[in-house]
Ligand binder design. Structure first.
Ligand code: NDP
Ligand code: DGY
Length: 329
């Protein structure tokens, strides 16, 4: 291996919880400094620690902007994030300085699609609402119309985003027998769509005709707050809105109003703005919402692999060899 790197290259790791795999890989070949607390590294600490480092192992909780990159200095060769989303990294700045960026697509796709199904089913069949009744005495007896939800069978499901994760969600939807799966993206994907009998539709058509909307796109300037009040106004009153992408694709106060005024049926969110959601947030007072704390990829084997791949990406960035997964910039 690259023993020549030993003790010569320095890496800053912003997460303590890669302890197993990733950290061991890095420590064999580099000088590693880690932020060892469970909370995200404070900004001033990151700015202090990044100075003079050759590589950065970061997470989506760290904003890696021009200031951080500038503070690092010209020797910074690569940034690897333990996530598939990379909107927290200033790619333009990286390109300008020739800094390579690694990420972790593919390995988390199945775990995230699985969690999306769990969130969807928890929302449409009202699992958390119903579960509370078991504990608070609200469960009096079996009753014909009590805790009825809206089934997936025979429904029309619109995917906003049909990439790696969207396609895996679609294949998991099929056994639930929806009447139609549609997808809304800039690029049509006929071959992938054929596998699940999905049809490409416009944003407008998806909004007005879906019984379920599942957001699994990337967060970009174009998708930021694309789910605003005008979008929620166009949805059917029985629409169930699921978001596993990023909180910022939603205008959250518009979502709150739509749910509060029952203009849509329910929502299931794995991502919010901000994260964590403050305990006094208005969304937490609604019954027709299921909120999860960004656990899409939180599956043991997946996270181990994400840690390993991120560490391997760092080493590849330092060695000038191909990363397992590199963002094209
Ligand atoms: P991909 O890059 O494979 O897919 C992204 C999809 O978003 C593509 O279908 C793309 O289609 C679509 N998209 C991008 N811009 C637009 C736009 N303006 N309008 C419509 N569609 C658009 O990424 P993945 O499937 O691997 O991951 C998707 C996202 O999921 C990640 O970026 C991340 O934010 C989130 N995620 C969340 C997790 C969680 O824990 N909740 C876990 C993992 C990922 P096209 O370019 O053709 O428009
Ligand atoms: C990602 O990878 O972008 C997720 O949000 C966390 O796994």
């Amino acid at each position: 291996s690259n023993m020549n790197l030993k003790n010569s290259k320095t890496v800053y790791v912003t997460r303590p919880d890669v302890a197993g795999v990733g950290l061991d890989i890095l420590r064999k070949e580099c000088n590693v400094t880690i932020w060892s607390e469970a909370r995200p590294v404070p900004r001033d600490e990151l700015l202090k620690q990044i100075e003079g480092k050759d590589a950065l192992f970061c997470a989506l909780t760290d904003k890696i902007d021009a200031e951080v990159i500038e503070k690092a200095g010209p020797q910074l060769k690569c940034i690897a994030t333990i996530s598939v989303g990379y909107e927290h990294i200033d790619l333009k700045e990286c390109k300008k300085r020739g800094i390579r960026v690694g990420y972790t697509p593919d390995v988390l796709t199945d775990a995230t699609a699985e969690l999306t199904m769990a969130l969807l089913l928890a929302t449409n069949r009202r699992l958390l609402e119903a579960n509370k009744e078991v504990y608070n005495g609200g469960w009096k007896s079996w009753a014909p119309s009590w805790m009825c939800g809206q089934g997936l069978k025979g429904s029309r499901v619109g995917l906003f985003g049909f990439g790696r994760i969207g396609q895996e969600i679609a294949s998991r939807l099929v056994p639930f027998k929806p009447s139609l799966i549609t997808y809304t993206t800039r690029t049509q994907r006929p071959a992938e769509a054929k596998k699940v009998n999905a049809v490409h539709v416009s944003f407008e058509k998806m909004l007005t005709e879906s019984d379920f909307i599942i957001v699994c796109c990337a967060l970009t300037p174009d998708t930021k707050e694309i789910f605003n009040s005008s979008a929620f106004d166009k949805m059917k009153s029985n629409c169930i809105f699921i978001n596993i992408s990023r909180g910022a694709v939603v205008d959250q106060s518009a979502l709150y109003s739509a749910l509060k005024e029952k203009r849509i049926l329910a929502a299931g969110l794995d991502v919010t703005t901000p994260e964590p959601l403050p305990l006094d947030d208005a969304l937490l007072k609604l019954d027709n919402i299921v909120i999860l704390p960004h656990i899409g990829s939180a599956e043991t084997h997946t996270r181990t692999e994400m840690s390993r791949i991120t560490a391997m990406n760092v080493l590849a960035g330092l060695n000038g060899s191909p990363m397992i997964s590199e963002v094209e910039i």
